[in-house]
Design a protein around this ligand. Sequence first.
Ligand SMILES: [Fe+2]
Ligand SMILES: [Fe+2]
Length: 264
Amino acid sequence: MTTATDTLVRRSARLDLDGIEFATFADHPLDPGALRCLRYMHDIESHTMCYLRDLLVTRAHTDPDVTAFLATWCYEEHWHGDAIAQVLEAHHEPAGPERVATLRRQLPRTDRFRPLLYLFTSAVTRHLVTVHMTWGAINELTTQAGYARLAARAENPVLTDLLKRIMKQEGRHIDFYASQARRRLESDPAARRVTRRALQWFWRPVGAGVMPKAEVRFLARYLFGDDAGLAAAQRVDRQIDRIPGLGGLRLLERAVQRAVERAT
Ligand SMILES: [Fe+2]
Ligand SMILES: [Fe+2]
């Protein structure tokens, strides 16, 4: 295992909720828009194990650096979902295992065949793991930016404290995925071509494969639809630009523009 991965794995921990006063939401409730975002975030954080199910049928499971990270990644994301569940529950909203079970029951029938799709794609191209590591870096960057925007919009100190703690762990996820993506793309022109194409053709904002389109668009508009949001989206795009072979894609800015256009 590389020293960087070893350090990352050893630092991994269940999210520390010490001092987060969830009960204060009773007197200072979040607005309906922020709660709608949190429902989305709860569902997607809690869906991490399902993403892992798909990934492990590929060559990713042969790389001990990747599997060590994935073990901690899945654990940390689980507790992110659990923490957001506590915010929703403080607003008397359904959350946690019950909500997660409902979401999984409502997934389209095709979802059960996703591991087969991954298995097939993995047999056709040796670059699937590289695509996935790059995709992971982009999703983690987007997630972290989304939490920062939600904290800014909600202006609730308890939520801000919680989201900052989550964002710190998302930062470590970014470090792993981005370093994997850089290392795999740097030395391999074919991997750069395949990854760029895959992102151009198939990339959608994190959670888009699971959540209804209306929710994806709402989240994009609520978090990134104003000037400060657009600047945040462009910052993420500039970070993506720095990954070898991915310059000028403007994935996030374009996704936000589409969401804003479809609302008008
Ligand atoms: Fe997370
Ligand atoms: Fe993450």
